[in-house]
Design a protein around this ligand. Sequence first.
Ligand code: SAM
Ligand code: SF4
Ligand code: SF4
Length: 372
Amino acid sequence: MKKIIPISALDALQSQTTNAPLPSVLNQPTGVLQDSRSRLLHDLRISVTDRCNFRCPYCMPKEIFTSDYNYLGQKELLSFEEITRLSQIFIAHGVKKIRLTGGEPLLRKGIENLVRMLSPLQTLEQTPIDLTLTTNGSLLKKKVQALKDSGLKRITVSLDGIDDVSFRKMNDVDFAVRDVLDSIEAAVQVGFESVKVNMVVKKGVNDHEILPMIKHFRNTGVIVRFIEYMDVGNTNGWQMNEVLPSRQVIEKIQNQYPLIPIDPDYPGEVAQRWKMSDGSGEIGVISSVTETFCHTCTRARISMEGKLFLCLFANQGYDLKALLRSNANDLAISNAIAQIWRSRNDRYSELRTEIQQGKIYHPKVEMSYIGG
Ligand code: SAM
Ligand code: SF4
Ligand code: SF4
């Protein structure tokens, strides 16, 4: 068992933030921002809450995330107006895709109103922004129509097993799988352009659910993606021997359902995609641990309290909320973001082995804080 960092240390880590720098000479955004490793800014992930009604042990283990946990208060969260303003500034830097996440984003009151504010935004090429949302599906059935009516076009539902016993073990709050399956069916019925299901695979825990997941979602139009279990945060006790490499996931599926590789949707897409040769569906794998993709990582992340993180495994956030709530105008905030992105050098996954071996000290923020 790995050492678990106590909450107080985590709190200290999360508050150890650097104020976003304000350059003295301000430039207009050009729509292209490159970091120090020539990676373009393309995607923005916005976490809207640090709270969740599940306690997936790989993300929010219930022994740590108790009711006494130091969650943020309502006033500390970015308002929908602030999120929209920041999104517009990021779009001016070339962002084309925005994902709402959390914690559980559907716990944020009036989330459909935020979707309504973001969905009309356009990229610099005057195409609609690719707006999507990741949810655990527990509240989706109730919200699905409102989200669709507010302009959401795509949705991803996390589901770590199709068998009720396995699923309850994965969410650790005894939530029934039927309710999430109903939500996914409702999402298909309501007519989203794309419905994806993400399954985190933990070796020896839920890997027996891989084939049943495929069987269940074949011929439904739902794309299932298998994600390698990652060492996010400090509390999940991650060990390399619990990771099932995507290569083995594909081999397992190939034995039963022959697969043909397909091209990524866009450069930097994290999932490797495959279609089933009988035309019954598409699947994907995300190999964050065994085949790292830091060299094409184009994602920035904003935490629910407005801190900008440049990597899922970052230990430092830049306080954009402080800028938003000061007198800084859009151009000043835009320049601060540009300066931060240009200096970005993150590549945690490429350094994972050394970090895990303790050769490099690298504390991290929690996944539920930064969003997936
Ligand atoms: N609560 C929502 C959900 O579960 O879909 C959104 C937030 S959750 C942090 C976003 C994604 O991160 C989910 O698909 C979840 O399975 C994934 N995730 C969380 N912890 C992970 C881990 N240790 N390794 C791999 N994926 C993880
Ligand atoms: Fe909640 Fe999502 Fe984390 Fe599970 S993965 S605990 S549903 S935030
Ligand atoms: Fe991107 Fe960081 Fe993940 Fe590498 S480890 S792919 S830089 S988020």
